[in-house]
Design a protein around this ligand. Structure first.
Ligand SMILES: C[S@@+](CC[C@H](N)C(=O)[O-])C[C@H]1O[C@@H](n2cnc3c(N)ncnc32)[C@H](O)[C@@H]1O
Length: 332
């Protein structure tokens, strides 16, 4: 049984040739669902490494079973949003073909739900395509097609391969589950095909891990006195949303349950404030707990910094002694 893969646990960026055991061009399918198209890609492109992304656990299980049943050696499925995978797992100019079939099925214009086809994700897609790479999109929602057509047409790094913004039939494709549902219901489908051209891609650097942040501080307050002041709070700073949700009291530590949402990754983690053993006076360390495989992103650094500011701010005689938190540029 191969190891289950997730964008949270994979190396940033991922060494694909090592993962597949062979260096081959990459194909990416975003949101593979029941996996029919992924299987089609695997059969049609035996000399490529094919990566399928899904956010649904159920689809992940289906994908893994499919790979095992068909003994596919050129396909791996990864539990990840497209946003996390594109920004953290793939280097620039590394993917030959990207397929997006029937994304965002509940899309409504003006709906606030984050949709896949939007400027920052398209910029990441373009930056990850190899020179002359291909991007294919299919949808059965006219408004989604119109919006995507506008977005893609206003992307200098992409050239339309079709005579019109989209076509309503694309031969040489297998029909996906959603496509079949759409056709059975009499809905038209809209297919897009674009090629990466010579115009330079937007600069979308691979987001790597920072060193793990930590703060050491001294305070006259006990852990109980600090805990008594906690009421939970939210911080919104542009794309970064931090919610200090709940506080758990342990024997020699406080555990803060924190939600950290960034543009490319959402993490639910714990920050631990522990008493430092055998020290004069009261010294404490704030660290990221290892529970749940946290990644040291800018947002996690900010959460540690905010918690430190708050705890130190509880008493005028409290102060930081060691502050290993990155400020903006990721350097500590
Ligand atoms: C409407 S289904 C289409 C499934 C399949 N491509 C098909 O055509 O039958 C959309 C799929 O995309 C997945 N998905 C939605 N948003 C995603 C994201 N941001 N990144 C990766 N997968 C996503 C969903 O879990 C779902 O399986």
């Amino acid at each position: 049984m191969t190891e289950k893969l997730s964008g949270y646990r994979s190396d940033w960026p991922t060494d694909w040739p090592t993962l597949f055991g062979v260096q081959r061009p990459l194909i990416l399918e975003i949101g593979f669902g029941r996996g029919a198209f992924l299987l089609h890609l695997a059969r049609r492109y035996p000399d490529y490494n094919i990566v399928g992304l899904e956010i649904s656990n159920r689809c992940m299980v289906i994908g893994e079973k499919l790979i095992a049943r068909e003994q596919l050696t050129n396909v791996r499925v990864i539990h990840s949003t497209a946003e996390m995978a594109l920004n953290h797992l793939f280097e620039s100019q590394s993917i030959s073909q990207i397929y997006i079939n029937f994304p965002d099925p509940w899309f409504k214009p003006g709906h606030h739900h984050r949709r896949l086809m939007q400027r920052d994700t398209v910029d990441a897609l373009v930056s990850r395509l190899t020179p002359d790479g291909r991007l294919y999109l299919a949808t059965d929602i006219l408004e989604y097609a119109e919006l995507s057509a506008e977005l893609l047409a206003s992307t200098p790094g992409l050239t339309n391969l079709l005579p019109s913004a989209w076509v309503n039939d694309m031969t040489d494709r297998v029909i996906t589950k959603y496509e079949q549902i759409a056709r059975n219901a009499g809905r038209a489908c809209y297919y897009f095909a674009y090629a990466r051209n010579e115009i330079s891609a937007p600069n979308v650097p691979v987001i790597r891990d920072l060193p793990m942040p930590h703060i050491v501080f001294t305070s006259p307050l006990t852990l109980d006195q600090m805990a008594d002041q906690f009421a939970g709070w939210n911080v919104d700073e542009g794309d970064l949303h931090i919610h200090f949700m709940t506080l758990y009291r342990g024997h020699h530590a406080l555990l803060f349950e924190v939600h950290v949402g960034e543009a490319t990754i959402i993490q639910h983690l714990a920050l631990r404030v522990s008493e430092r053993a055998k020290r004069e006076g009261r010294e404490y360390t704030i660290q990221v707990s290892s529970m749940g495989h946290p990644r040291a992103t800018v947002g996690v650094h900010r959460a540690v910094a905010l918690l430190g500011e708050w705890l130190i701010g509880l008493h005028p005689d409290a102060h930081a002694m060691i502050n290993k938190v990155a400020v903006n540029d990721g350097d500590d």
